[in-house]
Write a protein that binds this ligand. Structure first.
Ligand SMILES: [Zn+2]
Ligand SMILES: [Zn+2]
Length: 96
């Protein structure tokens, strides 16, 4: 799942070409303060409230470093769930 080129462009413009990360879990900038790094090439769209809402206000443009940090934090927070999903996937592939 991703966003369309048009959505991506709109997001980039909304962000003014700069990273919108404000997470206090991110180590790329002061906690809770906006990262102001230019988005550059490797930026990605991050869903603020899960992947259900595709509205523009549910998306934030993150620079490559923040994206990695946020995904890392998400994985730590959801470690148990991720492990459970992996186990389910494994048992499914075994039975097929
Ligand atoms: Zn950033
Ligand atoms: Zn950040």
């Amino acid at each position: 799942m991703g966003i369309t080129k048009k959505e991506r462009l709109a997001l980039f413009e909304k962000a003014g070409g700069r990273c919108e990360c404000r997470s206090n879990r991110c180590t790329h900038h002061a906690p809770g303060e906006r990262c102001t790094q230019d988005l550059g090439e490797g930026w990605d769209a991050f869903y603020l409230r899960g992947s259900n809402g595709r509205a523009a206000d549910n998306l934030a443009a993150l620079c490559a470093i923040c994206y990695k940090n946020i995904m890392g934090a998400w994985e730590i927070d959801h470690k148990e769930m991720i492990e459970r999903m992996k186990a389910i996937r494994k048992s499914m592939s075994r039975s097929s």
